[in-house]
Design a protein around this ligand. Structure first.
Ligand code: SF4
Length: 240
């Protein structure tokens, strides 16, 4: 039996999952406003100061055993296949920490006729199976406003890997105009495109204020601007 045969015969893996929900609207980025199902994977390799999903990774504040559970790829696929919604967004946490199981999920969902988007923080490479998949990667590189040192959030080798992939869009969380110069420097250094700028904030008023403060300059620099639609509609609630 060949190695390839052995691999293809392996049972699909489980995933450590925080929540799965939908259909709802994709709130951010290139597909903002589109109907989507969401699978939120647990754990993250970063700890952004403004993280709006700390329940996926911050075990000093949240009970890991209560917040996460192992779910089989088969069960997630059965759930998604039961919906007419075509788009499935896998988010986190950092989904690429579970790359092998994620590759199984993506392959199975694609077979079931779903279109996949994978949200990642751009610090971990996708690996051959995911890179060869039909999934779109929404790469959200963190700026200094995350509170993280540069060597944790900027991984040049990883960014170049994604930049070489066709199915990749870039998302940046900004707080004010000063963040845009840092974004411009990354754009020039790595040739990033297309770029989507979105506001930091967990309520409609603050996110709209950020959008209004940066909109003209985002336009001048040729980038896209996206709200965080779920925040505008429902505020900082889970599962929407
Ligand atoms: S990378 Fe995303 S999930 Fe991880 S800490 Fe930062 S904002 Fe939160």
């Amino acid at each position: 039996m060949t190695q390839a045969t052995l691999q293809s015969a392996a049972p699909p893996r489980d995933l450590q999952v925080s929540e799965w929900f939908g259909p709802t609207f994709q709130g951010e980025g290139a597909s903002s406003g589109r109907l989507a199902l969401f699978v939120r994977l647990a754990t993250c390799n970063l700890c952004c100061g403004w993280c709006d999903t700390p329940f996926t990774w911050d075990w000093s504040r949240f009970d890991r055993s209560a917040e996460t559970r192992r779910v089989s790829v088969a069960d997630l696929v059965t759930w998604a296949a039961g919906s007419e919604t075509t788009l499935v967004v896998v988010t986190g946490g950092e989904p690429l920490l579970q790359r092998d199981g994620l590759a199984d999920l993506v392959a199975s969902l694609a077979t079931a006729g779903k279109r996949l988007e994978i949200e990642t923080n751009g610090t971990l490479v996708p690996g051959p199976a995911l890179a060869a998949s039909t999934a779109q990667f929404n790469v959200g590189i963190k700026l200094a406003n995350s509170g993280l040192p540069e060597n944790r959030r900027i991984r040049p080798d990883v960014i170049r890997t994604f930049a070489d992939m066709a199915a990749c869009v870039w998302k940046f969380v900004v707080r004010d105009l000063a963040d845009l110069d840092e974004l411009s420097a990354l754009e020039a250094r790595f040739g990033l495109a297309p770029i989507w700028v979105m506001p930091e904030g967990t309520d409609a008023e603050s996110t709209l204020a950020v959008m209004r403060s940066v909109a003209d300059e985002v336009l001048a620099r040729g980038w896209n601007l996206t709200p965080r639609l779920h925040i505008l509609l429902w505020g900082d609630v889970r599962g929407r």
